[in-house]
Design a binder for this molecule. Structure first.
Ligand code: OOG
Ligand code: MG
Length: 256
């Protein structure tokens, strides 16, 4: 079956770190089929022992929409094998063409489902942290259509989370600096994320519900990048500093 075959193809590309062609011709899919492919793709990982630990929002900032040419909100699933320890190291040989972007991460203390207000979303938050997402499209040249990127789990590949802060911490408009070896590569503000990152949490609950899913208590929600993503290079130290929330880092090794 087409859906099963494409999920297998994307899983192999992710595992091998080798790019796969875009979903065109007889492999072209609808948004609905793409969502099903994403579910099957994650099922492969869960079979290998990973757990779903949350979800990530994509294209919540204009900077990201402009960079990738997609303007619809998307979401993907975060699994335990994607977690990168704060201060840890990743080997770029395992990726296709990885990029990094500055984000805000929520930890939910309560379940959220469907249409919720920003106040209800905030009441479900247990903690908030500065974060970085490592994205790595499995498609050639990092190019994709909306269904392509949905099928590919919204390009998600890894995430690093910094120190947790109290849920009442105001994260609506915080300065963010991402640097490589101490040199700033992107500057932004958390307000670039839908005006305020809490709106990404509201959108996550709404979009997940369209597929019959809820945001579970204990899960992590990445709100989406505040700036464009930057290509990673081997042998660098990557740091993200968020006003009032502190900083987090990781380093890279390996040949590409
Ligand atoms: C898709 C993922 C977008 C974000 O934070 O906006 C995303 C991509 O850019 O490849 O993670
Ligand atoms: Mg992201």
């Amino acid at each position: 079956m087409k859906i099963t075959r494409i999920a297998q193809r994307l899983d192999e590309a992710a595992v091998s770190g080798k790019a796969t062609p875009q979903l065109t011709g007889e492999d072209a899919v609808t948004v609905r089929e793409a969502a099903e492919i994403q579910r099957l793709l994650i099922a492969h990982r869960i079979e290998r022992g990973a757990r779903q630990v949350g979800l990530k929002m994509g294209f919540t900032s204009r900077a990201k929409m402009a960079q990738m040419g997609v303007s619809d909100l998307i979401w993907g699933r975060l699994t335990s094998d994607m977690w990168v320890e704060e201060g840890g190291e990743i080997n770029l040989a395992h990726y296709v063409h990885p990029r990094v972007e500055p984000e805000i991460c929520y930890l939910l203390g309560k379940r959220l489902e469907g249409n919720v207000t920003p106040l209800e979303a905030l009441a479900a938050v247990e903690a908030v942290a500065p974060a970085m997402e490592i994205i790595d499209s499995r498609y050639r040249d990092f190019k994709f259509s909306l269904p392509d990127v949905i099928a590919d789990n919204a390009s998600s590949s890894g995430f690093v989370v910094g120190a947790w802060h109290k849920p009442e911490t105001d994260v609506s408009n915080l300065g963010m600096i991402m640097s490589f070896d101490g040199r700033a590569v992107e500057l932004g503000t958390s307000a670039a994320i839908l005006g305020s990152p809490i709106r990404a949490l509201v959108a996550a609950a709404r979009l997940a519900a369209q597929q019959g899913e809820a945001l579970e208590a204990g899960s992590l929600i990445l709100a989406g990048a505040a700036t464009a993503a930057v290509a990673l290079k081997p042998g660098i130290s990557v740091r993200c500093e968020v006003q009032n929330l502190g900083s987090l880092s990781f380093s890279t090794t390996g040949e590409r």
